[in-house]
Write a protein that binds this ligand. Structure first.
Ligand code: SF4
Length: 190
């Protein structure tokens, strides 16, 4: 049986400002928040997107039957508009940076990003290259970093669980994502 404002009568002296929320603080809103965040953390759809070897070594290995990302409710989607998780796996180049930013902006909100491997985190073995971006967090905000070259699928699972932990702490409206450290470099020719 539902309970609403009209079911609770104000007692003497409470006046017209009586509201259910004032007398049951957090009971209803906290439960709603838990349900919403449970749904968010259990149905992250990641965009099928890879930049270099980490995409094969890590995402494809973790998605296949031995590790099976589906167990955590993660499914890959071929469109950014139906995805809320970007796994950045591989070296980010100056040429790809504006495209990555565009794909990120096309994703559904709230959206999350995991930087997989040392290349996506800080340029990895190609950090001295003329066209290497020193970390994808220079162009989009990153929620979780998973180090390794390549990281093991177990490391990706751990990173996903850390992201789920973070989502559980969000309110009904998650905080605005941090800004990327620098704007993407424009003018690269495809
Ligand atoms: S971190 Fe290592 S495995 Fe991953 S993309 Fe870079 S070089 Fe390849």
């Amino acid at each position: 049986m539902g309970l609403n404002n009209t079911d609770v009568k104000p007692t003497e002296g409470q006046g017209d400002d009586f509201r259910l929320g004032q007398h049951l603080p957090g009971v209803i809103t906290t439960q709603l928040q838990k349900v919403i965040n449970w749904g968010r953390q259990s149905s992250m759809w990641y965009m099928s997107f890879g930049l270099a070897c980490c995409a094969i070594e890590d995402i494809m290995a973790a998605g296949a039957s031995r590790y099976d990302l589906d167990r955590l409710g993660l499914f890959f989607r071929a469109s950014p508009r139906q995805s809320d998780l970007m796994l950045v796996a591989g070296t980010v180049t100056e040429k790809m940076a504006p495209r990555i930013r565009t794909l990120y902006e096309q994703m559904a909100e709230p959206r999350y990003v995991i930087a997989l491997g040392t290349c996506a985190i800080a340029g990895g073995p190609f950090a001295g290259g003329y066209n290497t971006v020193l970390g994808v967090d220079k162009i989009i905000p990153v929620d979780v970093y998973v180090p390794g070259c390549p990281p093991r699928p177990e490391a990706l699972f751990y990173g996903i669980m850390k992201l789920q932990e973070k989502i559980r702490k969000h309110g009904v409206n998650p905080p605005a994502p941090r800004k990327a450290k620098t704007a993407p470099k424009e003018g690269s020719k495809a």
